[in-house]
Write a protein that binds this ligand. Structure first.
Ligand SMILES: [Fe+2]
Ligand SMILES: [Fe+2]
Length: 451
């Protein structure tokens, strides 16, 4: 085993790696790989020349036990074994924190997926600078760390599905995409409510701080674009440079989708998280900002599709999703098109959804602030008023009117609501009776809130 120590030190461009090289159980380099500048740079950035004793061929439990059993013989081994232990511990702690079936569907129920992600996480954290920075981020602002881990899991799985070439680099990019937040004050990172213009300008700097981190630690250039541009949007409304679609790589587009999904659906101490369904509806409705093909990949990855999606089933039939329960969104109720058969997707997986075809609903989105999206509540607000569930309607009302003054509430919410009800009546969607009932509900809201 110790022979590998010398072997790695002597690697030269053009040579062929004769056998698989592992870090514990993580396959770092496959046998037969030709050594090039890139590989040498990766080895260097992983710190391999410094920790040769851990890079062993085909490792066995015995070897690890030997490392732990003879601590005094080799201090370097104890240090790196402890480091590996900490990384593995962090992986499972983070997994437990971010993964739930309501956000991930059933994708992580297979051991093979977890092992692959664990290996990817370990090999990403082999770079000491990255590892230290992530541990520091966790200490400074746990939410930012767990969000980064979440983006790493979903990003890696989606990149694999979408055929992104260098998944290892992309996975590292996901892990450190918000690393520039290390330089932003906690007061600002954890601020509740709306940010002032100056505060928003300050938050935006995390993208450029991230680029500085990459330069300072000589990390691969491939990481630069995803870190710098993950807040850019296809229509040019993002930051820091306001780039448009042509300038955004596939990796950046994919990360933008996953980043937004994670930010919306992860619980924060001061706000309710969006359900996975609402987050996907939001991404679908922002087709000018996000690359829709990655939104579709995300739906197909986690097997969660919003109401009104048209999908292809594994039995070859086309179906429309009729309703989705937020606690079990991967078993929706659907209607087979053509024969109007309505049923819940069978729990024994005898019929599954093979792919997404289209979404029939179009959310009338006017608010550009994705995180603070009130439009999703708007549709729900109107539906609840029409159904007559005023408790639910008032919940939506509270979210929509958060931070607004009475004047704006009157014009932007009440008047808009009246106009919308009138339009629906004119278009034949509502009967005179339903319109009348809705106006009585609106009058109740006015009496309650404009005393
Ligand atoms: Fe960010
Ligand atoms: Fe982020």
């Amino acid at each position: 085993m110790e022979n590998n120590v010398t072997f790695l030190k002597e690697l030269k461009v053009g040579e062929i790696i004769p056998s698989d090289i592992y870090f514990n159980k993580t396959l770092l380099i496959k046998a037969g790989t030709k050594v090039d500048e890139n590989l040498l740079r990766n080895l260097k950035s992983w710190g391999i020349s410094k920790v040769n004793s851990l890079y062993i061929k085909n490792p066995e439990e015995q070897e690890l036990r030997r490392t732990y059993a003879n601590p005094l013989k080799n201090k370097e081994k104890i240090f790196y074994s402890k480091e590996l232990f900490d990384i593995k511990k962090l992986f499972f702690e983070s997994l437990q924190y971010v993964v739930s079936e309501t956000r991930y569907g059933l994708i992580l129920n297979r051991d093979a997926q977890i092992t692959w992600l664990e290996d990817l996480f370990i090999s990403s954290l082999l770079n000491t600078e990255i590892s230290i920075a992530l541990f520091n981020l966790k200490k400074k602002d746990p939410y930012s760390y767990f969000h980064s881990f979440d983006v790493f899991l979903l990003g890696a799985l989606l990149a694999d599905m979408a055929g992104i070439r260098d998944i290892q680099s992309f996975a590292i990019g996901c892990l450190i995409h918000d690393i520039g937040k290390l330089d932003i004050s906690n007061e600002l990172l954890q601020k509740e409510g709306a940010l002032s213009k100056a505060e928003f300008d300050e938050i935006q700097k995390h993208t450029l701080n991230g680029v500085e981190f990459i330069e300072k630690h000589n990390l691969p250039d491939a990481l630069r674009a995803v870190v710098k541009s993950h807040h850019e949007r296809l229509d040019g409304t993002g930051y820091p440079e306001g780039l448009t679609a042509e300038a955004l790589s596939e990796e950046v587009r994919l990360l933008a989708v996953v980043d937004t999904y994670s930010a919306l659906t992860l619980q924060r101490s001061y706000r309710e998280a969006f359900s996975s369904i609402k987050a996907i509806e939001l991404l679908l409705s922002k087709g000018t900002k996000y690359d829709i093909k990655y939104v579709i990949h995300l739906m197909e990855l986690i097997n969660i599709y919003p109401t009104d999606s048209i999908v292809r089933l594994s039995n070859g039939k086309k179906a429309k999703i009729k309703s989705v329960h937020e606690n079990q969104p991967y078993f929706p109720i659907l209607e087979e098109l053509g024969n109007s058969k309505v049923y819940q997707l069978p729990l024994n997986f005898s019929v599954t959804i093979s792919r997404f075809i289209e979404w029939e609903q179009v959310v009338d989105a006017t608010n550009d602030d994705v995180i603070n999206n009130k439009e999703l509540y708007w549709n729900s607000f109107i539906s609840q008023i029409l159904i007559g569930d005023m408790d639910e309607a008032m919940e939506c009302y509270k979210r929509i009117t958060e931070g607004m003054n009475l004047n704006n509430i009157f014009i932007d919410v009440i008047i808009r609501l009246i106009k919308e009800i009138e339009t629906r009546k004119l278009e034949g969607e509502l009967s005179t009776g339903e319109e009348h009932d809705a106006f009585i509900k609106i009058k109740d809201i006015l009496i309650e809130n404009f005393k």
